[in-house]
Design a protein around this ligand. Structure first.
Ligand SMILES: *Cc1c(COP(=O)(O)O)cnc(C)c1O
Length: 368
């Protein structure tokens, strides 16, 4: 296997290199590695950047969702609706909290949780809805918020792909009980390992997540509930603090690369439409009825692409025991979506080259 000429992503630090190394050295020199000053400072800085009153650092994005649910006393016997097309971790987090995930279909265009499908999936056991801001595009939060209020269920947001995203003018994670973020290395704000955070405007929820992430302790060695061990560590918090000042610029770069793709791609290819200008382009996704052949063609042209996600949640073996409905929009998307490389370090020339390669494939198909 030779490395692709245009990899999907390169995770080595770039312009942030010296800031990241300086942060790591600072933590090593201090000799304080868990729940210290870096986590505390990052929480304040990330809350401010996200326009939330509180942020709590945790071990992963998955734990951020699970601990947010637990902090709201959601668990065994409760149903929580999640979209059929997302990272499996959204559903796994619901199970981790002890609750049952119920899958609802996505909107055929936007590929985020469809409010009507969500409404239809509500039962007397439903306690919460978790829209996912998939690919960095906010879900239809106005409709979902109205639905949650009308049906008296809680709303929490999976913001793992949507750092700094704005939904109808409101920062994601702030128009619900809380938002869950991941700092997995490939995310728009990534650590050099795993990391996550919960943001919320509810002080009670923030305090409970704080307790739950640290073994359910109130005072040292006093565990008042069965908490998790899910703490953001000092090294990762320091790395995230070093990178946070770059995030707004990296997000603008993502948006301009997406716009460049829209201009350069052949008219016969359909990129996912932008429904909200607050989209932060974690991924740039196109759809093609000949997706697999297109992906092979791009691979042969030295361009690495990925599929997010090839298996809808209702079809995952891990959820075999869960009640399943029909989710045809998610099923269709899983067959025709393709994620093209898009990250702040991608060059304009790369977008041109990738778009040309897609164009060459389309032309070959029309002539064939
Ligand atoms: C990455 C991701 C998660 C899980 O985050 P981890 O930090 O990997 O646990 C959950 N939901 C979505 C939509 C994600 O993209």
């Amino acid at each position: 296997m030779t490395a692709p000429e245009i990899p999907f992503i390169d995770l080595r630090p770039g312009e942030d290199d010296s800031a990241v190394r300086g942060a790591i050295d600072r933590v090593i020199a201090r000799g304080w590695f868990v729940l210290g000053p870096e986590v505390e400072a990052f929480e304040a800085e990330f809350a401010a950047a996200s326009h939330a009153s509180h942020a709590v650092g945790v071990g992963t994005g998955t734990d951020a969702i699970a601990l947010l649910l637990r902090a709201m006393s959601i668990g065994r016997g409760d149903e929580v609706i999640v979209p059929a097309l997302t990272a499996a971790y959204t559903g796994l987090a619901v199970m981790l909290a002890g609750a049952t995930p119920v899958f609802a279909d996505v909107d055929p265009e936007r590929l985020t949780l469809d409010p009507a499908a969500c409404d239809a999936a509500i039962t007397p056991r439903t306690v919460a809805i978790i829209p996912v801001h998939l690919y960095g595009q906010p879900a239809d939060m106005s409709a979902l918020q109205a639905l949650a209020e009308r049906r008296s269920v809680a709303l929490i947001e999976d913001c793992c792909q949507a750092h700094l995203a704005i939904s109808d003018g409101v920062p994601v994670g702030t128009r619900s009980a809380g938002g869950a973020f991941s700092f997995y290395p490939t995310k728009n704000l990534g650590a050099l390992g795993d990391g996550g955070a919960v943001i919320t405007n509810d002080a009670t929820i923030a305090e409970r997540v704080r307790r739950l992430r640290n073994g359910g302790q109130t005072d040292r060695y006093i565990h008042v509930e069965a908490g998790a061990n899910s703490r953001l560590d000092e090294l990762q918090a320091a790395v995230l603090r070093a990178r946070l000042p770059f995030l707004a610029r990296w997000t603008s770069r993502r948006r301009s690369l997406a716009a460049a793709y829209r201009r350069a791609l052949p008219e016969t290819i359909r990129p996912l439409r932008e429904h909200d200008a607050g989209h932060v382009y974690h991924l740039f996704v196109i759809r093609s009825p000949e997706r697999d052949a297109l992906q092979s063609h791009l691979r042969a042209s030295g361009i690495e692409t990925l599929i997010h996600y090839p298996v809808p949640l209702p079809d995952q073996p891990a959820f075999a025991g869960v009640r399943r409905g029909e989710c045809p929009n998610a099923a269709r998307a899983a067959r025709d979506i393709l994620s093209l490389p898009l990250n702040p370090r991608l060059a304009d020339a790369d977008v041109a080259r990738i778009s040309d390669a897609v164009g060459a494939f389309q032309k070959g198909r029309i002539l064939a």
